[in-house]
Ligand binder design. Sequence first.
Ligand code: ATP
Length: 220
Amino acid sequence: MNNKQFAVIGIGRFGSSVARSLSEMGYEVLAIDSDEQRTQEISSIVTHAVSADSTDEDALRALGIRNFDVVVVAIGEDIQASILTTLILKDLGVPLIVVKAQNELHGKVLQKIGADKVIFPERDMGLRVAHHLTSPNILDYIELSEDYSIVEMRVTDAMVGKNMKELSIRAQFGCNVMAIKKGTKMNISPSPDDRLEKEDVLIIVGEKGNLQKLEMAYSK
Ligand code: ATP
């Protein structure tokens, strides 16, 4: 059992998935939701599940929330409750606060009041699906920052048989191939002589515009 302790506030679809995954990874998880039925449902999966209103500072204090290493706020629809909860957690001195934002403005407010990490699961998933739909060679897409992303790209016919030097992705597109996936095997330090085969997958990091040029060059 790993000794890092997590609390998840708001056990909707997203919160329950986070709580369940952490639990399955062996972490201690406290799940909090104002809806008793939600806490009941998750109680057999996580270490503790309690019904409480997270906008009630005394209730959070009584739960000893400040002793948790990470608190995830996964309240979606009630933006006011999400902001108030984050403020209280910050005041109580929780070391790492991760909050799910409903939209950009909500995200900005959360950042201003001191959320350590703001996540946009729907937006990010939408982005990934869109990239995969528009260029079928793109298997996955992860946004690192406003300007940089990582893509998982299936090797195209034009790449098969070439080595990394011949492909010269860095020189041509300014992107870096971090790894080559060959089935279940992963080559995490590709060398210039590594030759690409059908079914290989490249993991590439780069500036968004450059990645797009690369995607387009190989989309035919
Ligand atoms: P998802 O998409 O993950 O289902 P959602 O965007 O629909 O989430 P909500 O259903 O609004 O999010 O909220 C998630 C959970 O947060 C709900 O189970 C709700 O009961 C809980 N919740 C809302 N407000 C509070 C609060 N003040 N204190 C504790 N839990 C709360």
